[in-house]
Design a protein around this ligand. Sequence first.
Ligand code: NDP
Ligand code: PYC
Length: 326
Amino acid sequence: MTELLERIFLGAGASKAVASILANNCAACERDGSLSHGVFRMPGYVSSIASGWVDPKADPRIEDVGPAMVRVDAMNGFAQPALAAASALLIDKAAATGAAILAIRNSHHFSALWPDIEPFAERGLLAISAVNSFACAVPYGASKPVFGTNPIAYAAPRLGHPPLVADLATSSMANGDVQIAARECRALPRGYAVDGDGNPTTDPQVVLDSGALLTFGGHKGSAISLLIELLGAALTGGQFSYEVDWSAYPGAQTPHTGQFLILLDPDRGRGIEFAARTEQLIEQMFFAGLSRLPGSRRYERRAETMRDGIPIDAQELGRLERMAHD
Ligand code: NDP
Ligand code: PYC
């Protein structure tokens, strides 16, 4: 699947490095059952690139701006190659100081956040990242969209297990899932979205055409989504979600914003091994009746697909193969 997706990105005009990073990212989402950011996104990547809105050959510029801070101008390219370019420096800084912050701007993030942070936790670091997107979520108490679907994710090392990873949109659902519901003619759950007049709707197409999602958890989720605008845009120098204006680029779909990421060396805390303490907490949660952790569905899916292959229906595969040949 990675090879097929890489051919599509190369055909769309991406550099070899960008095509490889994005293909691995998108295939990993499909492999793990992160379907709102798997192969379903490929036409969006290609049409965004074709519109001239995003530069698929961009060469990110890294600035070392402090003992614990790295700034990257993604040069209007994708965020993941910018993160890849800055990762070694960021890890060195976290090792030296105990913490390191990455501020990526002028970037396009069109995927899940977990692939960005899981590798850091595999190295024993605690990683937190957030990215804002495009205005499609209404702040609590308002009537028009200002925020993006604004995901936040964290990854923490565990003892003898893959990292604990949680990754969630701060809107009631991801925009990608609204698109999938529209494609499958499925109604959205009640209380998730409004139409263009601010009235409740369960019609995904209405939401995509003129409506908006609500933030999750009422005023509390809205406050977190607001924080993500501040971290993803104000702190990095990226655009707020409401500032994203792709109207001059028909076909553009990738939000042109910024990404925030922080790495912490958890053993610099109280000196007690963090991963062991994490296990104690998780054990207690299962003792209290928990049946699964955030991220465990993905890991189970990963194990299945690594064993049996990634299931894909013939129509979707045909679509991807045509995109690779065009
Ligand atoms: P979900 O609501 O599906 O899941 C959110 C988190 O909760 C996941 O870590 C999930 O783990 C976990 N979880 C779900 N159900 C349970 C449960 N019963 N018990 C414990 N944990 C649970 O994610 P969203 O729809 O909010 O987001 C989907 C993706 O969309 C994310 O990867 C996000 O980064 C991405 N996104 C990207 C945007 C962008 O601008 N680039 C914008 C918005 C979203 P598990 O995965 O194992 O189910
Ligand atoms: O699913 O909400 C979403 C999304 C926005 C940008 C990329 N994914």
